[in-house]
Ligand binder design. Structure first.
Ligand SMILES: Nc1ncnc2c1ncn2[C@@H]1O[C@H](COP(=O)(O)OP(=O)(O)O)[C@@H](O)[C@H]1O
Ligand SMILES: [Mg+2]
Length: 259
């Protein structure tokens, strides 16, 4: 079982879209996936459930936030989705207060790792995918500490790579040498070929020689938004669309790199 997180403190870079679609693509390839929605915006949860259901989860008294603050085993927070290969630990508005909940713990940086131990032991999943919020604090430290690998989605736009060095430093300093996630790669998202800017982004990334970058890029595609409007992923909604095919290629690349 491999745990992969999606991190970038820049919002709108495609973390939630890529996390949900990687799950759907891996499921299509026959893999079992557990998703963890680490963002109070609940976008990952909204990719698998309708708004009313998500609001219901958000109102529950026992949730991801209370479980982490109490040091509970997160197995009790898992729910099924309509896809038999994908389960999820949903987010909640209460996650806005997670940082203070964590500070009170004996090992504030390890709450998520501890909560996932039972799940790791059972190994019922091939992948655990974690969607991080657009911040760099104690909670994202927890997410990185619980991850074997990390993927950085970055938007092909003038500000898409701004702050990347800072993010890489944060990942580098997120744990000890033996317990630091390996950067699987930067995934370039929302590529618009009509804008020349895409080439500039790729050139900049190529210039950062040691930085792994995924071969697959994800183009801007309105099918992504229609899928989200229908509480699903583009991979399940319209498998023939350009972005769905790209996310399937991305999943194959992830599998190659994790082997
Ligand atoms: N390939 C794409 N084509 C069109 N819109 C996209 C694409 N990827 C993401 N988006 C849109 O961009 C916005 C930000 O994406 P999201 O995955 O929520 O980023 P993050 O989780 O990093 O904040 C969302 O509104 C989403 O619908
Ligand atoms: Mg998000």
């Amino acid at each position: 079982m491999i745990t992969i997180s999606f991190a970038n403190n820049k919002g709108g870079s495609g973390k939630s879209t890529s996390c949900s679609n990687l799950a759907a693509a891996l499921s299509y390839l026959g893999r079992r996936v557990l998703l963890i929605d680490g963002d109070m915006q609940m976008n990952l949860t909204l990719s698998f459930f309708g708004e009313d259901e998500v609001l219901g989860f958000a109102a529950e008294e026992e949730n991801l936030c209370t479980a982490l603050a109490a040091g509970e085993d997160l197995r009790h927070r898992i729910r099924s989705t309509a896809d038999p290969n994908i389960d999820i630990i949903a987010s909640t508005y209460a996650m806005s207060g997670i940082e203070s909940g964590l500070t009170a713990l004996r090992e504030p940086g390890k709450a998520l790792e501890r909560g996932l131990r039972g799940i790791k032991r059972e190994a019922a999943y091939d992948y655990v995918l974690i969607d991080a919020p657009p911040t760099l604090g104690l909670w994202v430290k927890n997410i990185l500490a619980a991850s074997d690998r990390v993927i950085i989605p970055a938007e092909a736009s003038p500000w898409g790579l701004f702050g990347l060095a800072n993010l890489l430093d944060f990942i580098e300093n997120s744990g000890t040498a033996s317990a630091r996630p390996e950067l699987l790669g930067v995934l370039v998202t929302k590529v618009d070929e009509r804008k020349n800017y895409y080439r500039q982004t790729m050139e900049t990334l190529k210039g950062l020689e040691t930085l792994p970058v995924f071969r697959t890029v994800i183009h801007v595609d309105s099918a992504v938004e229609w899928a989200q409007d229908n509480s699903t992923t583009v991979v399940s909604y319209r498998r023939s669309s350009r972005s769905a095919r790209e996310y399937l290629d991305f999943a194959k690349e992830v599998e190659e790199k994790c082997r």
